[in-house]
Write a protein that binds this ligand. Structure first.
Ligand code: E4P
Length: 227
């Protein structure tokens, strides 16, 4: 299961990339609106930071299929390989996905996925990834983890190669549940990365080891101080 960062702040992305095994970055129009300015200035800076091997997901915002296709070509032309164009899983989006599949090698992430059948249709239209919004589904009174599991079952029952990139998390338990069923990727806001290891028992165990070492070696001493 790949881990991606759902954010566009360069300093936050840089910090998380240093600390965690990160496979890429996802953005959406709301995330880009928090930065403002020319969205490509932000996206080019992210691409430069994460490198061309990493995945970068960028959403098209047009409503009509041909405009989505044009936007997708424009986005990939500017941001290069391993850029996934996020296209909403709606009828005009499905049409755009089919066109892109027939006319290009552009990788598509079907986004705003709330139901298993949306995911199925997007997969049939050639989406490389589908992005179920786990927490938003929960907030509607349904079960986002269950919906994501059902999508996985549907893909496997129909021998589909489309992967899942689960999105919209509000706690690390949701991530744990999905790592158990082996989705292809999850995209997490920075605070969820920290929440995964935010546990006082872990911190206390590590602090106790350091205190025990310093009790005989001296304050701030480490193994580097000995041969
Ligand atoms: C991903 O495709 C979505 O844009 C994003 O993860 C939504 O997250 P939110 O529900 O926290 O806004």
């Amino acid at each position: 299961m790949k881990l991606l960062i759902d954010d566009a702040r360069i300093d936050e992305i840089e910090k998380i990339c240093e600390l965690f095994p990160v496979a890429g970055v996802t953005t959406n129009p709301t995330i880009l609106s928090r930065i403002g300015g020319n969205p490509f200035d932000t996206l080019k800076a992210i691409r430069e930071l994460i490198g061309e091997e990493a995945d970068l997901h960028v959403q098209a915002v047009s409503r009509r299929a041909q405009d989505i296709v044009d936007e997708a070509n424009h986005i990939v032309k500017i941001l290069g390989v391993n850029t996934f164009v996020k296209i909403p899983a709606l009828p005009e989006g499905f049409k755009a996905m089919k066109t892109l599949l027939e006319t290009s090698e552009i990788l598509v992430t079907a986004t705003a996925v709330y139901t298993p059948m949306q995911a199925f249709i997007a997969g049939q239209c050639g989406a490389a990834y589908v992005a179920p919004y786990v927490n938003r589904i929960d907030n509607m009174g349904f079960d986002g983890i269950r919906v994501t599991r059902e999508i996985k079952e549907i893909f496997s029952a129909n021998a589909m190669e489309t992967e899942i990139i689960a999105a919209s998390f509000k706690n690390s338990q949701q991530v744990l549940e999905l790592s158990r069923c082996g989705v292809g990727a999850v995209t997490l806001a920075p605070e969820i990365f920290y929440a995964i290891v935010n546990n006082s028992a872990i911190n206390s165990a590590v602090e106790n080891f350091i205190a025990d070492f310093e009790s005989f070696a001296g304050k701030d001493k480490t193994m580097l101080d000995f041969q």
